[in-house]
Design a protein around this ligand. Structure first.
Ligand SMILES: NC(=O)c1ccc[n+]([C@@H]2O[C@H](COP(=O)([O-])OP(=O)(O)OC[C@H]3O[C@@H](n4cnc5c(N)ncnc54)[C@H](O)[C@@H]3O)[C@@H](O)[C@H]2O)c1
Length: 446
């Protein structure tokens, strides 16, 4: 079944509902092809610029470059060693320290935005305004209101915007979601998502403020975030580990938005829910003696219509759940479906019938069967060419990011938040509502 001739004026809520439900069956086209759009034939090249060639940017680049029609023509990074790594992958690309010079180039069709989270909204919106299609990493923003502006910019300028929640392109994730949606495990009443590890006692350690290294444009790294002296942990880039900017509120949201968003994205894909109605969270930085600001222990609880969902993060004890340090359990009246990046498994509930104990559902085990990251980037490239809506369209990515961000709002305010997903407002709590936006450091504005 093809949905390719859906009307273009469906409302936002209906769009999300339909795109979740129609995820496997087909894609919606919500963007009319603009008059000035170059219509690419099957052999046309897609010219790509990369903004932020750090660890994930390089990975995104590699996956994109496996598409036969991709030319990476520009790499931009504010940190010279990472810029050099990008250019090593695409030697014919031009190098930039200022992303605005990339956006000025008329030959660039699309950009991959893999800068730290606090830059995503500006990078993505300015790219849309410059007529570029955008692949933007998750989480798409640091504050909810920024994400809505990203959706608006994509729509206003008729751009394809795919979010880097690549699990959506995982065949086994799609199959698991379809099983949940089709009622295979009965009515789902509880969902648990988790990431466990043990970094105690030192965590990322401590580092003093100092002067930025000469090969870094610290002011351009900070961008819209508050001015402050250079700190190597806030900058975070290191060959030894994922960058530690993730653990500072000015730039990111800790594990809740780093990993939590991946699981919550699948929860919303599988259940068709696009927003929780209430959120509460508890946690703290109890064990790790390091510079991070984000908690080392957190449980966020989401009330959705018809079920509850928790995201649990523990960084000071790695004891697994189901033998797994991360994943999602969907608990239904007829069975439990566990899914992680390795595959999924359905464990039936049992019922008594006379003397027999019968399974209520079918035991199923399915392994991961595709490289979802490569397929996700290729979905983006194909959508750039065809103007189809990508599998993780910006509206979907915004909804998933919002859910994760609200977990942090609940944690940071210590409040139970009532959320209106239709208007994207916190009800009856002006204090908590302040966390839905953030101030930009001049001259940057959104
Ligand atoms: N989809 C996934 O599974 C996944 C995995 C890892 C990271 N990510 C996301 O990717 C993003 C980058 O994370 P990372 O771990 O690669 O970080 P990183 O620090 O390794 O890379 C970010 C790069 O952006 C550069 N940068 C900062 N400001 C810039 C600017 N104004 N213009 C150009 N470049 C700029 C930095 O110098 C750095 O090289 C984050 O949003 C993260 O959440 C996604």
């Amino acid at each position: 079944m093809s949905n390719s001739h859906e009307p273009t004026n469906i409302d936002r809520r209906e769009f999300v509902k339909r795109s979740a439900a129609g995820m496997i069956a087909g894609r919606l086209v919500v963007e009319p092809v603009r008059r000035d759009e170059r219509i690419r034939g099957a052999n046309n090249r897609v010219v790509v610029g990369v903004i932020g060639s750090g660890r994930q940017g390089l990975s995104d680049m590699k996956s994109a470059m496996r598409h036969p029609d991709v030319d990476v023509a520009a790499i931009c990074d504010v940190y010279q060693p990472n810029l050099a790594k990008g250019v090593a992958l695409a030697p014919s690309a031009q190098q930039y320290g200022d992303f605005r010079r990339v956006l000025e180039r008329k030959d660039i069709d699309a950009v991959i935005v893999a800068s730290p989270d606090h830059w995503h909204p500006l990078h993505a919106i300015l790219a849309c305004e410059a007529g570029k299609d955008v692949y933007v990493e998750k989480p798409i923003s640091v504050a909810v209101a920024e994400g809505r502006k990203m959706v608006d910019a994509a729509r206003k300028h008729g751009r394809i915007v795919q979010v880097g929640t690549q699990q959506r392109s995982g065949k086994h994730f799609q199959q698991a979601a379809e099983l949940v949606r089709s009622g295979k495990i009965g009515k789902v009443t509880q969902v648990r998502c988790w990431n466990f590890g043990n970094e105690s006692p030192d965590g990322i350690g401590t580092a003093p403020d100092g002067s930025p290294p000469p090969e870094l444009d610290w002011d351009m790294w900070l961008g819209p975030a508050p001015q402050r002296p250079f700190n190597s942990h806030r900058f975070g880039v290191s060959d030894a580990r994922w960058s530690t900017f993730r653990w500072f509120w000015d730039y990111a949201g800790g594990m809740m938005t780093d990993w939590g968003v991946h699981w919550l994205d699948i929860v919303q894909m599988a259940t068709g829910a696009d927003a929780p109605v209430a959120i509460s969270a508890s946690g703290g930085k109890f064990a790790l003696q390091d510079d991070r600001e984000t908690p080392d222990t957190l449980i966020a609880t989401y009330q959705y219509p018809g079920f509850i969902c928790t995201y649990e993060n523990r960084l000071a004890n790695a004891a697994p759940l189901n033998d797994k340090r991360g994943g999602i359990d969907f608990h239904g009246t007829d069975g439990t479906l566990f899914v992680d990046r390795g595959g999924f498994e359905v464990t039936p509930e049992t019922r008594r019938s006379g003397d027999s104990i019968l399974d209520r559902s079918e035991a199923i085990q399915v392994s991961n069967s595709n490289d979802n990251h490569v397929d996700h980037l290729h979905d983006f490239i194909e959508c750039v060419k065809s103007r189809r809506t990508p599998v993780a369209d910006i509206e979907i990515g915004h909804r998933s990011t919002t859910t994760a961000l609200l977990g942090n709002v609940a944690y940071r305010t210590g409040r139970r938040i009532t959320w209106d997903g239709a208007t994207e407002r916190i009800l009856g709590d002006s204090d908590a509502s302040r966390h839905l936006t953030r101030e930009y450091r001049k001259p940057w504005t959104l």
